[in-house]
Design a protein around this ligand. Structure first.
Ligand SMILES: [Zn+2]
Length: 272
């Protein structure tokens, strides 16, 4: 597990060795987006990807990286308007997501259509995600961090867990055997990249993509009635600016990135 030979650690205390290993592993990982060819974004609702990492998506599309979205729920609960019925809102949000994805250059959208606010971690949902991963063969899966402290929205928690489980299991031949019977092969996802994380370890320079990101967020009109949009965009911009300071650039988006192998029994994963 360690990238440092034991001989160079044996004089250190455990705490010092831990820090040295974490540091070396973080450095060895680098910016994994640089080498990606296909990236799968698994989001709880229409709009999460644009809000959290729309700049990174635009940057990747600009470099010719294939990007696909999986939206786990239909977003039908995202309103305070009692006259906007869930079924109608789900349709509206689908169109808004299509428009936002087009602005960022993403043309492949996959809808899971679970009902907003009711997603749970299930074998059925995991199996569907594994099939999608084996079809699309992403190097990186981008999703929401399900371990965000105090996060209580079930769709966000379940999406992060499901995306992580599917990334871990898609390489195992005996899981979802029906995939193999239909001609798919196991696929190993190399990295998982979580957004809205308390423990970011990677920052992507999105200074050139701020405008297109904000335009894509603005496509989700149903989510920002009245003057809410301008205030929200200012907040997003300010946050990206703070993240930019950590990288020494104008605007950045933060991620917690882990090798998929670290999603199981890796005592260093929290701090990498
Ligand atoms: Zn959401």
């Amino acid at each position: 597990m360690s990238v440092i030979p034991y001989e160079s650690l044996e004089r250190l205390s455990w705490d010092e060795a831990y820090d040295a290993i974490v540091e070396a592993r973080r450095r060895a990982m680098g910016n994994v987006f640089e080498g990606a060819r296909r990236v799968l974004c698994v989001q709880p609702h229409p709009d999460d990807t644009e809000i959290a990492v729309g700049g990174t998506v635009a940057w990747m599309r600009g470099r010719g990286v294939e990007v696909a979205y999986v939206t786990m729920t239909d977003g039908c609960m995202g309103t305070s308007d009692p006259m906007l019925y869930p079924e109608k809102l789900a349709e509206v949000r689908k169109r808004e997501q299509e428009e936002a994805a087009k602005i960022l250059g993403v043309d492949r959208l996959i809808w899971m259509n679970y009902r907003d606010s009711e997603l749970s971690v299930s074998l059925e949902a995991r199996g569907k995600l594994i099939t999608i991963i084996r079809e699309f063969k992403p190097d990186i899966v981008v999703t929401v961090d399900p371990w965000l402290t105090y996060e209580v929205h079930p769709d966000h928690i379940a999406t992060g867990i499901l995306a992580a489980e599917a990334s871990m299991f898609s390489g195992l031949v005996h899981i979802n055997p029906q995939d193999l019977r239909s001609g798919l092969t196991p696929h190993r996802v190399k990295f998982i990249a979580f957004y809205w994380s308390r423990k970011p370890n990677t920052y992507v320079d999105v200074s050139r993509y701020v405008d297109v990101k904000l335009e894509a967020i603005s496509a989700h009109r149903s989510q920002f009635p009245g003057e809410n949009l301008d205030r929200f965009l200012e907040t997003i911009k300010a946050y990206m600016k703070f993240m930019g300071k950590r990288l020494g650039v104008e605007y950045a988006e933060p991620f917690k990135i882990l090798p998929v192998g670290s999603l199981h029994c890796d005592i260093f994963a929290e701090d990498i």
